[in-house]
Ligand binder design. Structure first.
Ligand SMILES: [Zn+2]
Length: 218
């Protein structure tokens, strides 16, 4: 883990040398998210109804330009300093208080990527987000409860029902013994909620009583 972390630090340093760092949102400054753009991000906690999810909260609105840039870059650009930016936000009392209230018991379950996609991307952003929420709330993050067993193409153009159909059998809960009171799914963005719903159905089959979800943006 440590060696992986220092390798990532070296990789960041090399990237900095070749591509001088600019703000992922406004393209100015020499930070991955500049002070100006950081200031434009304020908590916008809200909830959204998703089938099979008892309660879902989101932290930000996805239509905030800096939020959108932060989330996209967390997902695709391998910029480790953005992880620290996310930590900076979620550890602030105004965020932490709300997250601790919502995540009062159970375990955090990041939405898994298919192995093929995770290998290609190098990491799963939901795992990283769950780690940070785990630090803030004290709840354990469990990456071993659910696996993605089928590789589905991106489904941005599909509606909820088509997505649900597409995701049939995509996730499989593992046999790891665990207290099955509450699972809190963690993801970066929610659109139709089909992925969360498919996972919730699978975890309920394993006996989980309550399935909630925290996402960064909606
Ligand atoms: Zn900026």
């Amino acid at each position: 883990m440590e060696s992986k972390r220092s390798l990532l630090a070296v990789k960041d340093l090399l990237i900095d040398l070749v591509f001088p760092r600019v703000c992922v949102s406004c393209g100015k400054s020499n930070n991955s998210l500049c002070g100006f753009c950081k200031q434009s991000i304020n908590p916008a906690f809200g909830s959204k109804l998703v089938p099979d999810i008892d309660e879902l909260i989101f932290v930000w609105r996805y239509d905030n330009r800096a939020v959108k840039s932060l989330i996209k870059s967390l997902k695709y650009d391998f910029i480790t300093s953005l992880e620290n930016d996310l930590r900076f936000f979620l550890n602030q009392e105004i965020y932490a208080k709300r997250l601790r209230g919502f995540c009062s018991s159970g375990c955090l379950v990041p939405v898994p990527l298919h192995k093929k996609r995770e290998l290609w991307r190098g990491f799963n952003q939901s795992v990283k987000i769950a780690q940070i929420i785990s630090e803030t709330t004290g709840l354990p993050a469990r990456n071993d409860l659910i696996r993605r067993v089928t590789f589905t193409e991106q489904q941005a153009h599909l509606g909820l029902n088509e997505r649900l159909l597409n995701l049939k059998g995509a996730f499989k809960a593992t046999e790891v013994p665990v207290s099955t009171e509450t699972a809190i799914l963690v993801d970066d963005v929610v659109t139709t909620g089909a992925t969360l719903s498919a996972i919730a159905q699978e975890l309920k089959k394993k006996g989980f009583l309550h399935i909630k979800a925290v996402v960064l943006a909606a």
